[in-house]
Write a protein that binds this ligand. Structure first.
Ligand SMILES: Cc1cc2nc3c(=O)[nH]c(=O)nc-3n(C[C@H](O)[C@H](O)[C@H](O)COP(=O)(O)O)c2cc1C
Length: 205
């Protein structure tokens, strides 16, 4: 079947994109409101941009024609933290996506704790095993798009020592949470190294 997006509703396009661009990592973002309340919400329109300097992007939409709290906070404070979500975080992460009032902190509501970051004022989640402290580098906005695209420069990486092997992130131990269409979540359970493929090994089915 061929689908011309000109004739698709935004909802149909959303279902196609979120079903086809998979698995998506989830940026579990902490940000600070002007009155220093810590806001927490998940975003899967998120990805790597460059490594020199280290930059990532996240796309934040609207709710009832208003910018979501995370977007408001990042634009006002120019800082945020991407906490890395693990598969075991799925239930609480899903709860953190609920529509809380701007004055209400998801952190307090869900009984979570935060700890100070290294460089930015925004704290990270205390139980996050990895996090990236970011400064807003650029906000992209278009007249026909209701989301804003934020480019963040990573100014500090945090990773718990036991999740590093030979100077690299130990992905199986990290057990990152992924978002797929549906909406559903997935974990990673099959790994193959590029070196073994080049050596002629075929990936296990
Ligand atoms: C796994 C997951 C991924 C999400 N990804 C996005 C996203 O990429 N962009 C977006 O605007 N909303 C996304 N949402 C919805 C927001 O998390 C939700 O609107 C949340 O209430 C925003 O909170 P805030 O107003 O505190 O920023 C996602 C929700 C979930 C559960």
């Amino acid at each position: 079947m061929d689908i011309d997006p000109k004739y698709s509703t935004p909802d149909e396009a959303y279902k196609l994109l979120t079903g086809l661009i998979v698995p998506r990592p989830v940026a579990w973002i902490t940000s600070l409101s002007p009155d220093s309340k810590v806001n927490l919400a998940p975003f899967s329109a998120y990805g790597l941009v460059t490594h020199r300097p280290p930059m990532l992007m996240v796309t934040i939409g609207t709710r009832n024609d208003e910018r979501k709290d995370t977007g408001r906070n990042i634009v006002a404070q120019r800082e945020f933290v991407v906490n890395v979500a693990r598969f075991e975080d799925a239930a609480i992460l899903q709860q953190s996506s609920a529509d809380f009032a701007y004055s209400e902190s998801e952190i307090e509501h869900l009984g979570l704790r935060t700890v100070a970051s290294t460089v930015v004022k925004v704290p990270r989640l205390a139980n996050a095993v990895a996090a990236m402290e970011c400064r807003l580098r650029e906000k992209l906005e278009y007249p026909d798009v209701d989301s804003i695209i934020l480019l963040g420069e990573v100014v500090s990486f945090y990773i718990r020592d036991d999740f590093v092997r030979n100077g690299k992130v130990a992905t199986p131990e990290l057990d990152p949470l992924a978002r797929i269409g549906g909406p559903n979540y997935a974990g990673l359970d099959r790994f193959v190294s590029a070196a073994s493929l080049l050596a002629g090994e075929s990936p296990a089915k």
